[in-house]
Design a protein around this ligand. Sequence first.
Ligand code: AMP
Ligand code: MG
Length: 350
Amino acid sequence: MNTQIIKVDPEHPDIEQIRIAAKILREGGLVAFPTETVYGLGGDAEDAGASKAIYAAKGRPSDNPLIVHICDYSQLVKISSSLPPEAKKLSDAFWPGPMTLIVNKNDVIPHETTGGLDTVAVRFPSHPVANALIRESGCMIAAPSANTSGRPSPTKAEHVIHDLSGKIDAIIDGGPVQIGLESTIVDLTEDVPTILRPGYINKEMLESVVGEVRIDPGILGKENVHVRPKAPGMRYKHYAPKGNLKIVSGDQDKVIAEINRLAEEGENDGKKVGIIATEETKRFYKRGKVISIGDRTDEYEIAHNLFDVLRQMDEYGAELIYSEEFSTPKIGNAIMNRLLKAAAHQVIEV
Ligand code: AMP
Ligand code: MG
């Protein structure tokens, strides 16, 4: 299949260009497009065939449900069987934006889109291109991240082209995304709203709107690896670079010394070594390919660069990758959730 690349201005997309992509969606085709979180791979959410094609293009397990992207609150009402009061409160506060709500579904969205579940994940994105595409197509758009299943999520059109070129109808290139981490997923089908995946909208922000919020114990890390995460997608190995990634945790001086030691050991074994450092620490590393993820004091920059850095490690061909830890105040949970998964929870404490 020839994949059409449609280049647009991310802030003011040309409506004629958007209409080309919208028509493809209406006819059952697949289009990758930028959102404020990561690039999505979209198809008509009401079309079971389009959803099946999304799973095939990504190589995604068919029990891992897709997120339905909307451009108006009324569409959430249209596809849910019942809505708790938190749905209106949270959507008023954070939509359009990087928050996904899980609600009970009715028959409008087929089970092919929800991985067989009776609940549906819904998000109203703020990105002007995503918005225009949903509006112009007249479809609600089912869209998981536009990467090959298991690989780091795409934050640039080049990442999508690398993974999906030849497998989908079109890619809208709107440049790099803003946030770089997938949406916060909030489950509204339990007594207390529960975070199934951490993201830019953190627990405190949600609590300021609806009071008590829980975090799914299945995503809390090493002590809880035996607890099954509720979001099917959080159960799979994910975000993984091709090399063996380990996180080194502890005081900065000790971390640097240990990474230097490991890098030397790896290179002496004839391995290609990659190091994920920060602007503050990169000059202390003497061996291996050192990539800075950004300024340690700017957690939004770290989030923005994370998936791109993991992909750069693949391009370099790194076989062993050592990363510093990034436990930052607001979205450190979301960053470390991705990094720990990419590292299959391998942490070296120093
Ligand atoms: P992606 O769009 O690739 O970031 O993946 C969507 C994420 O949302 C995956 O982790 C899914 O498992 C999760 N998800 C989608 N629908 C549901 C649902 N109904 N219940 C729980 N998790 C869901
Ligand atoms: Mg994904």
